[in-house]
Design a protein around this ligand. Structure first.
Ligand code: SF4
Length: 445
């Protein structure tokens, strides 16, 4: 039997812009769905109101006193995409090496295209550290990332967050007062938290995910603890178990649970700490028997992924390779083929030459960009609803144009500075992490 090969019609290049996808949905030009049609308007419409704004975190409770962004001048609010693009390019050219622009993987395409470095939060902070020539570091990401860049950059370098309302709902779920209170309650149950046993281990080592405030990193540094990322969480937990009988892990329960379970820690030895309940909602006996105490935090982007979505992807795309981020719930990680950090996902796809279908469980801006970068593969987001991270989405090109033109004019808007009393112990916690394992660098563009 002879086989006739029918040429595949050329696939039109994917428009990686999530903004364009949302505009098309709102205009009725696309049958896709979005979680919030409000995403089609500029974020300045939400900056003066409390809340995380439209997108994945819109149902999360924002802490009182969370930073708000002042009004963006009208000329930036009314400028079109092409004008903003041109103004950003011109300002960057004028500033030259005096400024470095960092773009997180989850930023919108219209912002990332202007970034000098693209990566995850820690890759970007270390990239900034290497640019000692830059007077200003414009961090297109969220608040805790800009704080980390400030911790790692020189004292004369200004870290600028284009929109102060770009927080992170997960980082906000571990408030320093709540964590201090938790520590006191643990001391009542576990005794002197500095006392070492015969093996030299203390009762509990605090471990914080990079996605936490500088105040939390400082707390961890003061109490013999360490920072981790989604790439090195297992190595960091091994470090902590060598020094403590148990770990207090915050703010992301899912990363903590997924990592500890992969290391063999049984679920019944991972009680949850809900800061609104006495003893976090656990009994003293449960805390005494614990190996990992999980803070009751989560990422609203990664919590959207479900086992039903994976089942549907497998039914509709036989042979699909499902990769999810470890901030996803445990049952989703179990149902996927593999789980890893944003950098892992990117490298896993880049390593495959054979045309492959990938269903990816992470933020949609990254997924759409990967789909555009690797057109030989079919790459789609596990969540069929277009729902970007609410806070990453607050960095609109209008804000980037504004901060860059302010820098050109000799002013430094939206500077993020960590006070010295917090910075010193926070750096200790970061340095402990750096000593555990080398990291993959952010890619320069
Ligand atoms: S994706 Fe999740 S963890 Fe990352 S900034 Fe958004 S809410 Fe925070």
């Amino acid at each position: 039997m002879s086989i006739t090969f029918v040429p595949t019609p050329p696939v039109p290049p994917l428009d990686a812009s999530v903004d364009h996808a949302i505009q098309a949905i709102v205009a009725g030009a696309s049958t896709d769905e979005t979680c919030a049609t409000d995403l089609a308007v500029g974020p300045w419409d939400f900056d003066t109101r409390p809340g995380y704004g439209p997108g994945s975190s819109m149902g999360d409770v924002i802490p009182t006193g969370a930073p708000r962004q002042g009004e963006l001048p009208r000329e930036y609010r009314e400028a079109g995409e092409d004008e903003l693009d041109e103004r950003i390019r011109a300002a960057k050219e004028t500033l030259g090496d005096r400024v470095v622009v960092l773009g997180h993987f989850y930023q919108r395409e219209e912002v990332v295209r202007h970034a000098d470095y693209v990566g995850d939060s820690f890759q970007l902070a270390t990239a900034a550290k290497g640019r000692t020539d830059a007077e200003a570091i414009v961090f297109c990401g969220v608040h805790f990332m800009a704080e980390t860049a400030d911790l790692l950059s020189g004292p004369d370098q200004a870290v600028v967050l284009p929109n102060l309302a770009a927080g992170c709902s997960m980082a906000d779920m571990a408030d320093i007062d709540q964590v201090e209170d938790c520590w006191e309650q643990l001391a009542e149950v576990l005794g002197d938290l500095d006392a070492q046993d015969a093996d030299g281990r203390v009762p509990v080592i605090p471990v914080t995910y990079m996605n936490s405030s500088a105040a939390i990193k400082g707390f961890v540094g003061r109490h013999g603890g360490i920072v981790c990322t989604s790439s090195n969480a297992e190595t960091v937990l091994e470090w902590a178990f060598e020094r403590g009988r148990r770990v207090l892990f915050f703010p992301d329960q899912h990363l903590g649970r997924n990592t500890a379970r992969a290391m063999g820690v049984p679920l019944e030895r991972m009680p949850m700490w809900n800061p609104r309940r006495a003893l976090g909602g656990s009994t003293a006996a449960e805390l005494e028997d614990s190996r990992v105490i999980l803070w009751h935090g989560f990422c609203s982007v990664h919590r959207r992924f479900t086992v039903a979505q994976i089942d549907q992807a497998r039914a509709e795309h036989p042979g699909v390779r499902v990769i999810v981020h470890p901030e996803c719930p445990m049952e989703v990680v179990d149902a996927a083929d593999e789980a890893g950090s944003t950098d892992y996902i990117r490298r896993a796809i880049a390593a495959v030459e054979e045309p492959t279908t990938f269903a990816v469980g992470t933020e949609i801006n990254l997924v759409r960009r990967l789909a555009a970068q690797f057109p030989q593969h079919e790459i789609f987001c596990l969540d069929p609803v277009v729902c970007p991270c609410s806070t990453m989405y607050r960095i609109h090109p209008g804000y980037l144009a504004w901060v860059l033109e302010e820098l050109v004019a000799g002013r430094t808007p939206n500077r993020i500075s960590v006070s010295d009393d917090v910075a010193a112990p926070a750096r200790v916690a970061l340095e402990r992490m750096l000593a555990t394992k080398p990291r993959v660098a952010a890619s320069a563009r």
